[in-house]
Structures are given as C-alpha cells and as structure tokens.
Design a binder for this molecule. Structure first.
Ligand code: NAD
Ligand code: MG
Length: 378
C-alpha cells in the first residue's frame, strides 16, 4: 500500500472521491490543489492536513491564504506552482484536473519520473506523442478512467499476448437513440442528466455528445499502443462491463463492477493489490440483462471526428480537444445549441491546420487556434 499522494484537482468529482479512498486506507495527501472553490479547499486542508495547497487561479490566492492563516499549510498559486507539486517526490501523483489545463502538470509529473494516476484524459489526448514518450522514457501512467482501468486490468498477466481488439464500452448517455433532429431540441438541463454516472459538468456534457468516448478512444490508442481500428466502441446501457480485451485465441476478458469511480481510483493507488471499497457489490441478478449495440457516429459527430483525428496524428487531437472545450463551455453558458458542439468539433478538424510534430508549443498553438475557430464560428 502506498503511503502518500499529491492530489491535483482535489475539489472536483474525482478529487473528492480520491480523498474518500485516502481516508479509508490512511493514504496521506501531501498536497492538494483547486481552481476556484476556495471554501472547499480550505475545508479539505483543515481535514487532511497537507503541507501545501495550491490554487490555480492566482486571483484567489489572497482569499485562500487568509482562510488558512492560522494553520501551517503553505499556500501557493498559479500554473508553475501546480507543476512544482506535480513534480514533487511522492508515491503517486493523481491528476484529477479537468481539461487542457491538466497537460502542464501531466508533463511535469512524468518528466520528474513520477507514477501518475491519470484521470485527466485531455492531457493524454492533446499531449499525444509528447506525453506517451515521457511515459515510456521517464514516468509511468496508471489510468483512473473506468474503461481504461478495466482494460489495464484485463491486460494484467497477459504482457506477452497480442491484443486482437479492445471493446470500449459506452453507456450511450442521455440522448441514446436520438435522431439528429431530436438532438436540436435538447437543453442544458437534459444534457446534464446522465443515466448511470455522477460526474463533473464538463465530462457529463462530453458523455452526452459522446465526445467523452471519442477522447477515450484516443486515450486507449495512446495508453495501450493499439491502432484505432483495433478499438470497437460498444454501447452498453447498464454500465456494468467497463470494457474488455479480445485476444488472438478468441478469449474476451472483461472487467465488471458497479458504476462507482472509487473502484478504479482506488485500484490506481493500490495496484496490483486489491482492498475493500465502500461501494455496493455487484448483483448480476439485480442487473438481470446486459445489452450491447453499435454506436451511431452519424448522429454523434464528436465520436466520428475523434476517430479521424487520431488517424491524422500530430496535433489534430489537440485541435478537436480544444474545439470541444470551447464549444462545451459556450453550450453550458446557454450560448450554443447542443447539436452545434459536434458540428464545430468536426469543422475545426476540417479547417484548422495541424502540425505533424507534438511539442508543448505546437500543442498549445493547435489548442488556441481551435478555440478561436469555435468562438468565431459559433
Ligand atoms: P470536476 O469539474 O468535478 O473537477 C475538476 C477539478 O479541476 C477541480 O478540482 C477544479 O478546481 C480543477 N480545475 C478546473 N480548472 C482548472 C484549471 N484551469 N487549472 C487547474 N485546476 C483546474 O471534474 P471531474 O468530473 O472530477 O473530472 C476530472 C477529470 O477526470 C476530467 O479529465 C474527466 O474527464 C476525468 N474523469 C472524470 C470522471 C468522473 O466520474 N467525474 C470519470 C472518468 C474520468
Ligand atoms: Mg470513462
């Protein structure tokens, strides 16, 4: 069992569930970080007693510093301070930040040779070869995303066996079965109502557009070194089979469990060991039926764009990721209809040039150009 972690994004959905796991197994968070929720960050600092707390939004530094004035906690702020924490000596760095902002700490943690428990899929998607290269040569990534944790578990003990296919499951989200026309009428409230998982706002919208599955397809290509064609997206409404791997002999090994992120979060921290979790066990009798269907990427344009972007390589995935973040932000602010998210992601891929090399500079340029494209065409 590990002794300590650095937890980035501690105030979010994954962050707070990671703290639940820490509490249960006496894992010490040496440092915590958030972006805007100073009140929760203060509460977490008082309860878990990290030595450092970082607020990414520098304008809130004074507020947080004052709140923690009577404690020994060191307060830092801004991106460089966040990266300093990511690089810090510890058993595992957990990156539970949402969005492109997670790229910088991912790069910092891997460069410093850390073990990185990764929830922030955007950093792997946008970072491409830059991040996979660092993971190969310096640090190590253990996935937190439930599907990738499932695949990671299905690969255990099979290091010398070739993967024939990865079956990447998807619940289908709240708009499963919708026609394109019907998507034109959905509201923010409808999109925030996910049928099986409770998550942060951005990933909940990504799950409604199926961009989340597009990002995860790219994430799987990067983590498990398979081609996009080796990945089959399977709609599985019950969210019980979290993904599976098919081997050359026709055996399909899958991982099942209830839809509770504390299971994959904990496994990323305790791998290869398994310990008790506070989750309800799986009753197959209660679930009764498991169903499997094809995903319709003629309706869910983000999924189709993700497949094209990963095949294009270079910074194309950074471009669609940036476009999606910008379009999703506009949708959540009520400034863009839901169906336009997919169209803008697709159009960004078609109209914003991308670079075949992936450095921090080319990745940032692709991200910025994509966001600008979305803002001017929304
Ligand atoms: P969330 O919105 O609930 O939390 C995000 C965290 O990131 C917060 O602590 C916030 O303060 C911090 N943050 C936001 N903007 C930041 C910035 N610019 N700089 C630094 N920190 C910033 O999100 P979440 O649902 O916990 O998701 C986190 C990541 O995990 C995402 O990449 C998501 O795709 C992935 N993920 C989440 C779930 C889930 O169940 N929530 C499941 C699988 C994967
Ligand atoms: Mg997932």
């Amino acid at each position: 069992m590990i002794d300590n972690i650095v937890l980035l994004g501690s105030t979010g959905s994954i962050g707070t569930q990671t703290l639940d796991v820490c509490e249960k197994h006496n894992i010490r968070p040496l440092a915590l970080s958030g972006n805007s929720n100073v009140k929760l960050l203060e509460q977490q600092a008082r309860k878990f007693k990290p030595d450092t707390v970082c607020i990414a939004d520098g304008t809130l530094y004074g507020d947080l510093k004052q709140r923690l004035a009577d404690t020994d906690v060191t307060v830092t702020a801004g991106r460089d301070a966040l990266c300093e924490l990511a690089a810090r000596e510890c058993d595992t760095v957990v990156n539970a930040i949402v969005g492109f902002a997670g790229l910088y700490p991912t790069v910092a943690a891997l460069t410093a040779g850390r073990t990185l428990a990764l929830a922030n899929k955007e950093s792997l998607v946008a970072g491409g070869d830059l991040v996979t290269g660092l993971a190969r040569e310096k640090g190590k990534i253990i996935p937190i995303d439930s599907e990738h944790s499932a695949i990671f578990q299905c690969l255990m003990g099979n290091e010398d066996n070739k993967i024939k296919k990865i079956l990447l499951t998807v619940s289908g989200g709240p708009f499963y079965g919708y026609t394109y026309d019907r998507l034109k009428k959905v509201t923010v409230e409808d999109a925030l109502r996910h049928p099986t998982w409770s998550m942060g706002r951005k990933i909940t919208i990504d799950s409604a557009t199926l961009m989340n599955k597009g990002l995860e397809l790219i994430e799987a290509v990067r983590l498990f070194d398979v081609t996009p064609r080796q990945i089959e997206v399977v709609v599985h409404r019950q969210s019980i089979l979290h993904s599976a791997v098919e081997y050359e002999d026709g055996s399909v090994i899958g991982q099942m469990g209830v839809a509770d992120m504390r299971i994959p979060i904990q496994f990323a921290l305790t791998y290869p060991k398994r310990y008790e979790t506070p989750t309800k066990g799986l009753s197959l009798f209660e679930v009764g039926t498991l169903t499997f269907e094809q995903a319709d990427d003629s309706v869910f344009l983000c999924l189709a764009a993700a497949k094209r972007a990963v095949a294009a390589g270079g910074t194309a995935c950074a471009a669609i990721n940036g476009a999606n973040e910008a379009a999703t932000g506009l949708f959540l602010e009520g400034k863009l209809p839901f169906y336009r998210i997919g169209e803008l992601v697709r159009d960004t891929l078609d109209n914003v040039g991308y670079d075949s090399t992936t450095t921090l500079d080319t990745i940032e340029a692709a991200d910025t150009a994509a966001r600008e494209y979305v803002i001017t065409h929304a």
